[in-house]
Write a protein that binds this ligand. Structure first.
Ligand SMILES: Nc1ncnc2c1ncn2[C@@H]1O[C@H](COP(=O)(O)OP(=O)(O)OP(=O)(O)O)[C@@H](O)[C@H]1O
Length: 230
């Protein structure tokens, strides 16, 4: 297995002396799907935002961050170009349409729009009638689909998803399961979730965040399901 991302000794605190993430080591291998689970408030979104370069350096420290075996800054162009994050709720780009947002993102990532690939995702998520509507007028689930479709379309080596199944209807959830399994051809997915089914359906490995520490579940995900049902 080839390592895609390696993070060593990450500490994070919003408020001095109150660590949300303490001494976090994280390794993500290429072409795998990783689940990130933990109780409400455990710090999943904080870890995802850190990995997505949302924060200034003054709230966290780390020993090193490697991507494709290179030590880089989280804010580097190399890292930015190779990952995309879908946040749990987005209040950005509200007066844009999906197609305008996609065009802008494709320019940023230097990729062209292939109609067939796009249509496959749009049809799969039953999103056809919403492509030209302003994002502000979409329902919660359809807003989520805007960013999920773009993330799946881009096929970056790292796709980070914060609670991607939240707000999706049954059909779209099934389609997303299918897309995430296929995504392993193109890259690695790190997703946070509160749904046990999603872990079992798509995740190869599971990181558990608890008391500011992270552990990789030793065993396969069906063993994890058995362990929480006991
Ligand atoms: N901007 C902020 N300022 C101060 N504390 C914050 C801030 N954002 C989050 N926190 C705190 O950090 C902790 C971790 O929050 P985070 O949102 O990362 O947890 P989570 O695991 O994603 O939770 P959930 O499963 O409920 O979404 C919580 O105690 C939360 O109250």
């Amino acid at each position: 297995m080839t390592t895609l991302l390696e993070l060593k000794k990450l500490d994070f605190a919003y408020v001095k002396d109150s660590k949300i993430l303490d001494n976090i080591d994280l390794i993500l291998n290429q072409n795998k799907v990783y689940g990130l689970i933990g109780k409400n408030g455990a710090g999943k979104t904080t870890l995802i935002k850190t990995l997505s370069s949302v924060f200034n350096n003054n709230v966290f420290t780390m020993k090193y961050f490697k991507f494709f075996d290179k030590e880089v800054q989280l804010s580097s162009e190399f890292y930015r170009q190779n990952k995309y994050t879908v946040f749990t709720e987005s209040e950005s780009f509200l007066n844009w349409t999906f197609l305008q947002y996609l065009e802008m993102v494709c320019q940023l990532y230097n990729c062209s729009i292939e109609r067939r690939r796009l249509e496959f995702l749009v049809n799969g998520f039953k999103f056809e009638e919403y492509c030209q509507k302003e994002i502000r007028d979409l329902s919660t689930g359809n807003k989520k689909k805007v960013f999920l479709i773009v993330g799946l379309y881009l096929r970056r080596p790292l796709l980070i998803l914060d609670e991607p199944f939240d707000g999706l209807d049954f059909e779209s959830t099934e389609f997303l399961y299918k897309m995430l399994l296929e995504y392993k051809q193109y890259g690695t997915v790190l997703l946070s979730t509160h749904f046990a089914e999603s872990v079992v359906r798509v995740c190869d490995y599971l990181y558990i965040l608890e008391n500011a520490h992270i552990n990789l579940f030793q065993g396969n995900v069906s063993e994890w399901l058995e362990s929480i049902r006991k």
